[in-house]
Write a protein that binds this ligand. Sequence first.
Ligand code: KIV
Ligand code: ZN
Length: 515
Amino acid sequence: MSKDKIVIFDTTLRDGEQSPGASMTRDEKVRIAKALEKMNVDVIEAGFAIASPGDFAAVKAVAEAVKDSTVCSLARAGIQDIESAGEALAKANSSRIHTFIATSPIHMKYKLQMTPEQVLDQAVRSVKHARNYTDNVEFSCEDASRSEFEYLCKIIEATISAGATTINLPDTVGYGIPDEYGALVKSIIENVPNSDKAIFSVHCHNDLGLAVANSLAAVQNGARQVECTINGLGERAGNASLEEIVMAIRTRHDQLPVATTIDTQHIVPTSRLVATITGFPVQPNKAIVGANAFAHEAGIHQDGVIKHRETYEIMKAEDVGWSTNRLVLGKHSGRRALYKRLEELGVVFESREESDQIFKKFKELADKKHEIYDEDLQALVSDTQTIELEEQYQLVSLEVCSKTGQTPQAKLQLLNNSKQVDASASGSGPVDATFKAIEQIAKSGTNLQLYSVNAITQGTDSQGEVTVRLEENGHIVNGSGADTDIVIASAKAYIHALNLLGSDRQRAHPQTEGI
Ligand code: KIV
Ligand code: ZN
């Protein structure tokens, strides 16, 4: 590999999924993985295989679906975790096991309750064990930016000798400052005697808003792998965002004389796919993928751009995929055209029944909305594939009455474990009345933390995409629903969140569970 190549390691499906409420189903993960593969992402971290049977199945499904990118599973430094990762990855064309253990005094003492010697021993044994499954093994020193330098050098030297081919130095709590973090990477590479036998990687969290800056400082100081996520998703304030890292490297080659092999035209469609699936909309002013990222409001700017684009634009919108927003299908499109486009979007059908159902929904949508875009199809598939969950509740029908001067009313029918139940309620608006009617049946007692509506495409016939975030005893889920009627979309999103709460309780978290 060229010494100037930056390996893009995408962890949207693992660290991204650790964003409170961002769980994805197996099929959704496969769709995102296929989009990442199309974008030429080098390594896709598909999940944390031991976390739950669902996570194991998702890593396995991604390993089987992806051919061109390396597929990776996270594993704590421990034999069982590594075996689970190795098994889940068995069918991958190219696999990596990513094993980690905390190396900072605070984590070793309070979280792991292990001595530095025990941690080192466990790390070495784990790397050796991982090499039985693949010769592509990454070792991460969790909380590296708060670890002691001498100890970091010692554990890194030992894990490289044990067979680690990538060494990751995570800024786990987003504490680093660019100059300091860059200097740490440089000193490690200079002081570890066998550092030439591994690629050095960074994984930065965004607690101080510095994840991208820290990652780029590390690249300037010798790191050759960057771990990042689409839209900057991730634990707490998120990770370094893939689109920002890739475009900074491409746009400022004078300062960053390295290159990625990412096909940047897939950035915007993939960002939208991730936003639709996770229910985390992208803020309009987000760099690269926000709706305003290339919009010029001020007259003086518009005038400058018309005269000479480079006056105010440092990148071309079409280079990151903005102009690929094309009309794909309409009312007269047939099955073959629909399935072909869905295949291009990475959708895999589990059964004939599922593909029939999607075709039926497509026709219903095409009757209401004449122009169907990729985003509409993605929302439609997400809406249908949520049924892959063990669904306690299903929406049968909804009727709302909203009239000037009168209190809005909602009447609905749900299936509760296949039994039909009716409810009606009034509320301050049609959505409020609908949620109250659902709660009459579910009596979940959960807290509604967020309700948001987003138009998927332009025009008043657009589908509304609704996100509902519910919290129950500290456990958070995001439900999503799409429909041209936003009240129906809202009901679907609320019901989806309730179903997720039922199915998502038993999942282990890599950084808080014991080994
Ligand atoms: O933030 C972190 O340290 C991680 C590791 C598991 C790499 O996510
Ligand atoms: Zn992380």
